[in-house]
Design a protein around this ligand. Structure first.
Ligand code: DQA
Length: 143
């Protein structure tokens, strides 16, 4: 089974971007960690990052049939009906991840267009959230 790990805008800057909020790990560190964890879970991970809303919609559409999606949509979480609709269309179980605790930040980060469709939401656990989400989706594929 394949689990996609999709990242939205500015997450290519992880490691250098506001490290007090997002920590020191880079997206390639996350990739390495996810691949390591996936190997032990007998799943395949495929990482994708884009700063463009439409590119994320295209990628979600391509994921139809996958076992799961780990999704950090970045700021599009709080704005994008298009990403919500793509997730609803493909019917792939997804876990929403935020590295920072969005509820401890500005009010505009408290609302997500995605959460009510998600199989789970992981917030404020740093980049460990990706691993937790991957483990959860792998467990769901086994039930
Ligand atoms: C984020 C939280 C969002 O509010 C923000 O726009 C991001 C990153 C997180 O991982 O904490 O880009 O999704």
């Amino acid at each position: 089974p394949t689990i996609a790990v999709l990242n939205g805008p500015n997450l290519n800057l992880l490691g250098t971007r506001e490290p007090e909020l997002y920590g020191a790990a880079t997206l390639s560190d996350i990739q390495a960690r996810c691949e390591q964890v996936a190997a032990g879970l007998d799943v395949q991970v495929e990482l994708f990052q884009s700063n463009h809303e439409g590119a994320l919609v295209d990628e979600i559409q391509r994921r139809r049939g996958d076992a799961g999606i780990v999704l950090n949509a970045g700021a599009y979480t709080h704005t994008s009906v298009a990403i919500r609709d793509a997730l609803a269309a493909v019917q792939v179980p997804f876990v929403e991840v935020h590295v920072s605790n969005v509820f401890a930040r500005e009010d505009f980060r408290h609302h997500s267009y995605l959460s009510d469709l998600a199989a789970g939401v992981i917030v404020g656990c740093g980049v460990d959230g990706y691993e937790f989400a991957l483990r959860r989706l792998a467990a769901l594929t086994r039930v």
